[in-house]
Design a protein around this ligand. Structure first.
Ligand code: DQA
Length: 145
């Protein structure tokens, strides 16, 4: 199937950004590893990171014409702020998993609300870079139901 991995604001800084919270792995490493894992499962993975809400929204809109089957998204701080990202995901009606490196529920109270979670197939949080692997596995199981 055709999968899309979206990463939101500041995730381009992974590896150097608050390593005690987010780990030492770079986003390039995560994307490369996940692309290989997706290929092994006979899926195709496209990756995009953006610090700009509108760029993420445009890419979500493009999943309708480009035939994307499933979206994996770490929306970063937009998780907690963006009605527009929510509306974009609802608008294209593609199944998606929300994922986070950190356990957002063990952090500041403003991180404990998500504008996306109730629309998601499921949410994965707290496993560092492995959250991405777990999300891929969950997407694979969802698609082969
Ligand atoms: C994050 C959690 C968010 O609260 C935060 O704003 C991020 C990263 C995570 O992956 O743990 O940028 O989505």
């Amino acid at each position: 199937a055709k999968l899309l991995l979206l990463n939101g604001p500041n995730l381009n800084l992974l590896g150097t950004r608050e390593p005690e919270v987010y780990g030492n792995t770079t986003l390039a490493d995560i994307e490369q590893h996940l692309t290989e894992a997706a290929t092994k499962l006979k899926h195709e993975l496209d990756c995009l990171q953006s610090n700009h809400e509108g760029v993420l929204i445009d890419r979500i809109h493009d999943t309708a014409p480009d035939g994307t089957d499933f979206i994996l998204i770490n929306p970063g701080a937009f998780t907690h702020t963006s009605v527009a990202l929510r509306d974009a995901l609802a608008g294209v009606a593609k199944p998606f998993i929300e994922l986070h490196l950190s356990n957002v529920h063990a952090r500041e109270s403003f991180r404990q609300h998500s504008y996306l979670a109730d629309l998601a197939v499921g949410v994965i949080a707290g496993f560092g870079r492995h959250s991405y692997d777990l999300a891929l596995q969950a997407a694979h199981h969802h698609l082969s139901r």
